[in-house]
Design a protein around this ligand. Structure first.
Ligand SMILES: C=CC1=C(C)c2cc3[nH]c(cc4nc(cc5[nH]c(cc1n2)c(C)c5CCC(=O)O)C(CCC(=O)O)=C4C)c(C)c3C=C
Ligand SMILES: [Fe+2]
Ligand SMILES: [Fe+2]
Length: 311
């Protein structure tokens, strides 16, 4: 029997390629009912409009410092190309949640290509309603009913050993033989209100840190301490703690290595916030050395991890 034509669709957040796209990103993000969990569509639209208007100019200054665009799009495109070179059973596509290429357009292309089976891989190792659920729901909403049940999605992959080895190797590359670093796993924050509504993100994040700590120990990679902190809080509400700013205060005169644990490809939160904004905070706190690991991006080792995750 002939094999079915299969698609692997990488789902990610998207990011700004210019100032108009930053406006689009913010508007779409704050209109997402998984992000602003207000029942009234009218109220959400109004708040999204107000936040976008207030945040746009201030946020754009950050993108100006990293070459007037987020690296998330070119890096995800590179990852798609590598998958198409290395994973022969699938044709790989990408769909973004808040900037193009949007799910509805990618689905059109997938159907024109005669694809009969789809695997969705959200590029988020830990499940959150704000990321994984939002992206998967958005994709499935646009998929015609006639496509049937021939679609599955990867809920999370933080326990995957091949993936975790990529992370451990990147950490190893950064510390070389030194044993005098403190390691901080930095995760994108989440409003406490969302966690309290049964979002498993915090729990999975803690478990992910425990798995990686054990793997590092088994590989003989020792640290002064291993920590978890949350970056990128927006707005006045309570978010997950400890925040990265608070955590960094513990390391005056010490060496700190940061690993960005929520992300698969580098983006404005790694290239601007971690590498520029928090670096500035670390310098002011008198931290002796502050280094940020790269995400797994389109590395050969991560392509092998994808093969294992989707099998
Ligand atoms: C209520 C607001 C936000 C929630 C909840 C949130 C969750 C969340 N986000 C990521 C990953 C990324 N977020 C990025 C940018 C970004 N996130 C928010 C707000 C919330 N995120 C804003 C307003 C922005 C834009 C930048 C800014 O103004 O600070 C990005 C970067 C995209 C890019 O441009 O490169 C990523 C990636 C996760 C994983 C997550 C929940 C687990
Ligand atoms: Fe975010
Ligand atoms: Fe941010």
């Amino acid at each position: 029997m002939e094999n079915k034509k299969k698609a692997l669709v990488l789902l990610n957040m998207g990011g700004a390629r210019n100032k108009d796209e930053l406006k689009m990103f913010l508007k779409n993000m704050f209109n997402d009912k998984n992000i602003l969990t207000i029942n009234s569509n009218f109220l959400r639209k109004l708040i999204a409009f107000i936040i976008t208007k207030r945040r746009l100019n201030e946020a754009w200054k950050n993108y100006e410092l990293i070459g007037n665009q987020s690296p998330i799009n070119p890096l995800t495109e590179k990852l798609v190309s590598k998958c198409n070179e290395e994973i022969k059973d699938f044709k790989t596509y990408q769909a973004m949640r808040y900037t193009p290429p949007f799910a509805k357009d990618v689905i059109k292309e997938i159907l024109e290509d005669g694809i009969e089976e789809i695997v969705l891989l959200p590029l988020y190792p830990q499940f959150s309603t704000t990321t994984t659920k939002s992206s998967v729901e958005d994709f499935i909403d646009y998929l015609p009913y006639s496509f049937g049940q021939n679609i599955r999605y990867i809920d999370n992959f933080y326990k995957n050993e091949v993936f975790n080895l990529c992370i451990v190797n990147e950490i190893k590359r950064n510390i070389e033989e030194n044993e005098d670093y403190s390691l901080i796993f930095s995760a994108h924050g989440l409003p406490q209100k969302i966690v309290d509504k049964d979002d498993p993100y915090e729990e999975q994040m803690k478990e992910h840190v425990a798995i990686l700590s054990q793997m590092l120990k088994e590989k003989g990679l020792n640290f002064k301490s291993i920590n978890l902190a949350y970056q990128s809080k927006v707005g006045p509400m309570k978010w997950l703690e400890p925040s990265l700013d608070e955590k960094l205060k513990e390391f005056k005169n010490e060496k700190v290595l940061i690993y960005p644990l929520s992300f698969i490809v580098d983006n404005s939160e790694t290239d601007f916030e971690l590498a520029i904004e928090y670096k500035h905070i670390a310098d002011n706190l008198g931290i002796k050395e502050y280094k940020v690991c790269k995400c797994v991006n389109d590395s050969k080792a991560f392509i092998e991890a994808i093969k294992d995750i989707i099998k």
